[in-house]
Design a protein around this ligand. Structure first.
Ligand code: PLP
Length: 361
């Protein structure tokens, strides 16, 4: 049976990329060694690093006044980096709360400032939704605004393009949605994403930061979290996660070959419509997020009869559909369908769901 992996992260990688990495593992570029075993300062690795940055910039159409940093520390590292780099002499920042990860960012920010929390969670016709951006009440003394455009656990997305006053520094946690759809980078001050969902292996975190925001880090900011230090050292102040960087570079090349982000966006729309369609057409399955805020990347769903959950998971696993168990705080099921999940994988899942309902409904 072909296996399709619906893990929320670390998550599926393109099969072609894994094959290439496997072929190159022990003898990379004829060097007789793997890319993991060479110096990050070697000309060979620097070439890998530069190519990866160039391709990432191309894919997201990143303007030249933005720096791209390849960091350690994951999404949670950035929960600290953002206040440590951007607060300056301010003591507060606006934090929009629309789910688990946005709330986790608030918790970390409290170590460094007094966050002004904008609770954007609403219910529309009994469905979970998010207040439109025009209703976010920003404070007038905030150093920046932070939000999470895709809540990996809640299955909630905020797809609106920020259009705030030009002096509002918008920062956003794109960990589970980066490169899945086109975005206008120029509307943001900082965009960050852990690599392990939509990019590559865990251990690498991508940060896109507008140049004029550099140089304001708190005196106590650890150097490895300081955007200016990372920038001045081409993201090699300390030894970077070289293998994750290399593999992410292969993923960027793969994405370009697929037609780039616009092409991925189309497929991602098709995949998510297919899955939501099956959920919505039946009383056996349910997703309780309003259509306007449904995530295309992480789709939680419940069985009407939760007594069948265990059987669903056993049978789906046996059918090659892995990692469908919902997050422990939500329960039920969750299918994460990042860029590397082919349409055929979602088709296999929906075929299974329809058949499971026929047999147990
Ligand atoms: N932000 C989002 C949206 C996430 O989905 C996750 C992890 O699942 C995190 C942050 C935390 O990332 P990390 O484990 O890399 O610190």
């Amino acid at each position: 049976t072909q296996v399709f992996n619906f893990s929320s992260g670390p998550a599926v990688l393109p099969a072609d990329v894994l094959k290439q990495a496997q072929q190159e593992l022990c003898d990379w570029q004829g060097l007789g060694t793997s890319v993991m075993e060479i110096s990050h300062r070697s000309k060979e690795f620097i070439h890998v690093a530069e190519e990866a940055e160039k391709d990432f910039r191309d894919l997201l159409n990143i303007p030249s006044n933005y720096k791209v940093l390849f960091c350690h520390g994951g999404g949670r590292g950035q929960f600290a980096s953002i206040p440590l780099n951007l607060l300056g002499d301010k003591t507060t920042a606006d934090y929009v709360d629309a789910g688990y990860w946005a709330a986790s960012a608030v918790k970390e920010a409290k170590k460094y400032c007094v966050p002004h929390v904008i609770d954007a969670k609403i219910t529309v016709d009994g469905l979970r939704a998010v207040k439109p951006m025009s209703e976010w009440q920003l404070s007038n003394n905030a150093a920046y605004l932070h939000y999470c455009p895709n809540e990996t656990i809640d299955g909630i997305a905020i797809d609106e393009t920020p259009a705030f006053a030009s002096d509002v520094v918008v920062t956003a946690d794109f960990s589970s949605t980066i490169l899945s759809r086109e975005i206008d980078v120029s509307r943001f001050g900082v965009i960050y994403a852990g690599a392990q969902k939509n990019i590559g292996p865990a251990g690498l975190t991508l940060v896109i930061v507008r140049e004029d925001l550099l140089g304001k880090a708190h005196a106590a900011c650890p150097s490895i979290l300081d955007y200016s230090v990372l920038n001045e050292n081409d993201s090699m102040f300390n030894t970077p996660p070289t293998f994750a960087w290399y593999l992410s570079g292969l993923v960027f090349k793969w994405l370009k070959k697929q037609g780039g982000v616009a092409a991925m966006e189309k497929v991602n729309q098709q995949k998510s419509e297919l899955l939501y369609g099956v959920i919505d057409r039946s009383d056996f399955y349910r997703n309780d997020v309003a259509k306007s805020n449904r995530s295309r990347m992480n789709i939680p769903f419940q069985l009407a009869d939760s007594a069948l959950d265990k059987l669903f998971l056993e049978e789906s696993f046996a059918a090659g559909l892995h990692a469908l168990k919902g997050h422990r705080v939500v329960g039920g099921m969750r299918a994460s369908i990042y860029n590397a999940m082919p349409l055929a994988g979602v088709q296999a899942l929906t075929d299974f769901m329809v058949d499971f309902e026929r047999r147990h409904g």
